[in-house]
Design a protein. Sequence first.
Lengths: 282, 257, 235
Amino acid sequence: MKSILRSALLATALLGLSALPATAEDKPFIIVQSTTSTQNSGLYDHILPIFTEATGIEVRVVAVGTGQALKNAQNGDGDVLLVHAKPAEEKFVADGWGVERFDVMYNDFVIVGPKDDPAKVKETVGIGPALAAIMNATAPFASRGDDSGTHKKEVALWKTAGLDPSGASGTWYRETGSGMGATLNVAAGMGAYALTDRATWLKFANKGDLEIVYEGDPALFNQYGVILVNPERHSHVKAVEAQAFIDWLLSEAGQSAIASYTRNGSPLFTPNATSTRIKPAG
Amino acid sequence: MNFMALDQSAVIGQADKMKPAPRALPVRLSGVAYDVGGLRLIDGLGLTVAPRRRLALIGPNGAGKSLTLRLVQGLIRPTAGEICWGEHAAPPAHSVALVFQRPTLLRRSVLANIRHALAAYGAPRAGREDAAMELLEMAGLADLADRPARRLSGGEQQRLALVRALAAEPELLLLDEPTASLDPQATQAIEMLIEAAAARGTSVVLVTHDLGQVRRLADDVAFLHRGRVLEHGTADEFFDEPQTQEAADFVAGRLLL
Amino acid sequence: MAESPSALSEAFQLLISADPALTEIVLLSLQVSLTATLIAFALGAPLGALIAVSRFPGRGAVIAVLNALMGLPPVVVGLTVYILVSNAGALGPLRLIYTPTAMVIAQVLLVAPLIAALSRLTIEDMHEEYDELFRTLRLTRFAAIGTLLWDARFSLATVALAGFGRAIAEVGAVLIVGGNIAHVTRVMTTAIALETSKGELSMALGLGIILIAISVAVNAAVGVARASGRRMAAI
């Protein structure tokens, strides 16, 4: 009886393991290292089925901060990188981890804050004065603080404005160290201002008392780029399938799929691929 | 009760099957001492357990009877002195069985308890089930084979522990107050099992406070007091002519202080 | 909280609609955590029993470390497993990153110390009671461990449940090594984290309610099996 039970346990464990859809290569798939903002916006749920339908290639998205996405891709834990931090992306390619970077689409960042706008951000013109108003009012501001694309952007904006909020960290300047959604939850919970990409904001369901208090400065432009992880660095990269995905994103079909993703009639991302990739000979 | 209708042929059959085991008898203890926490509980104990004899170890509480049993079983090693089992310095495997006053039964069925012991004694897997049932029948527990062992009555538990010990076909069976706090019927059942084992040639050492039981079961008596053997002889001699005042007092039922 | 009533109705609607996406997530959660618990039990319980019956120098330290490992932070386990199974890691060639297998490995590491520590505690008490019997039976250590594991089976079932509870409830490890990939490695907890980050708090809470319900159901199932088994074995 004992041994029967033992073997039953063992069999269950083995069955459980073998039944797991592990690395079985029955259907080709690629892994895309991407950002929480794109996933939280719902874009992938919209465009990926179209691509898979057309090519039979499954796309598995790992959504983390841009910093971690870059690091994961560098470890070879992905075939494609789709993020929004142009300088870091260019360095990634320059260091040989990626093959080439292409513009895919953009949206823009906005500043959200409480409706009653205690820092009077709505009355300011230009992103610099807007940030200065928050700082001067020592109104709570929720920063990503996670080395993500959005965080890198925010840090750059403060710097351009000649301001340094880092000394106030822990007082009015709150670094959440989490994803976009989690940071917006914090902002909604404590009535703080926050920098977010528009797509995430439009899809975000827990807006609470928050609304857009500043938008439109050209400096808030948010460009997304796509990179093939260098197969010369990581031989297991599925270069053919990954390249097919990148080509599709940059193609007419991919670009119109991005454009067709809307919320209340307005698109969340604007496709802006400048050129389709020219395939190297051979 | 079916254990009274002991199947003699089965018993003899079992004796015939007994393999030529290494001889553990006689067990000789000489000058044995045993300390617990700096306290000498056994001191200069000398005793011989002879083959095919039934020896009762008696004496007041704290005389060292239970410790002596554990020493004879080899569970504990003496602090000083010497014990030898026949020609051996340690008891040959499974030649000496010990039944505790409050036996530990496994959390399984009655039958599974015996099967477990048979496995421990190296009985071949194929014959275990039959051998176990045979032992349970001997104990009158066959009908309770599938019952949880720990749900048995005190007497039934003691009988189970006794046949579990006999499963090893030991040369020497050690019993620590096997019938303490049992009613007369249960006591009789145990005594019959002990007598049956003795009839098969198993030597018995019995610790008991029941002098009636000593008269019924024992060939020899060793009287222990304060970690020493004060008297050692046949049961008749002991009861008729105790050599020491302590033994005389004990037999007469007076308190030994 | 305004979310609470809508979360309940969200949970209810999810359940009655038998949403295939939800079913998939629930099944994967159960599969990963049950597999991990079984493997962790197969490793942890004998290890706990071995420590319980053994006396060796440094035993106290081993037990202290084991007890401390019960509280191993899932994120640390996740990170460690990530470093191992990442394609740049030692087990990289096995291509385990972002697979349910990687999640199972992480949860095994998370749960096995808990099971070992609790088994050690349970078995040690029982061994104290059985020790003299074992010595009169001259059981080998291996046989003694087998006997103890079997006789402690009902207590060990509770130990396994504690392990399962820890596995099914953790998010830190599976998120890192699984990647929360839709239809591949998304389980209840990572789905809850995702819905929270989308600000869909009712949905997140609804999933949470279902997760709790599953845990209760598994516990109840084992509890019933245990009670009836115990009645039969009667301990």
